[in-house]
Design a protein around this ligand. Sequence first.
Ligand code: 13P
Length: 257
Amino acid sequence: MSKKLVVANWKMHGNLAVNQQLIAAYVHRLLPFNNIEVVVCVPYPYLAQMQSLLEGTPIAWGAQNLSKDTEGAYTGEVSAGMLKDFGASYVIIGHSERATAYCESDENIATKFMQARTHGLTPILCVGETLIEREAGVMERVVAKQIDTIIHMYGAAIFADTVISYEPIWAIGTGLAATPDQAQSMHEFIRNRISVHDIDAAQRLKILYGGSVNPQNAVQLFVMQDIDGGLVGRCSLNADEFAGICRAASETGLPQV
Ligand code: 13P
């Protein structure tokens, strides 16, 4: 078992003043939980602010997207190297809010995953099904396709020391989280899918659950065997709620040091 990981995804929220207060509250409230890893993923313009506020603290920071290209005439895009310039160590890739709204293909997402790895960023790959797909019973097929694209393009070993977040689209921002059994079953499926090709990579992969995680449901989710932590949207905008989720990760994870 490795340390549980809790990632805040602020989405398109915040401003300089609000961020400063929220980060101060995070740092203060998360101090007791020294057996977990915490990451905050912010909009691009606030990476510099995170670097100045979080350097020297146990909290790491990252972005919510990156370009699939390294450099060039790609107006509006941000490269992995640029994220590194601001001390980012993580990047969310393929979030469903982007995949649907900005028509990201599985191949594009796979290329971004590779870009992140090549530049020493830890990718957090989001996978998950819609409600219609779950009701049709094809959720495993949908998630498998997202993962298999990366395996076919780059091989399963690329998943070692990376993060996959299972985010059922019907659970995001709805207040209706997956049940611990539903989440565990998909997490186990994901780990097995990679394990068939590369047991070591599958063991070194962290699999987070995302979708309406809150302080009330976090313990029941995090206690499941293949749930290594959470990717948190709404509740990450409130330091008390986020700290409650981190407490759940701390209580269900490795012993405190
Ligand atoms: P909520 O926690 O608001 O449901 O968002 C989940 C999510 O999309 C995290 O990436």
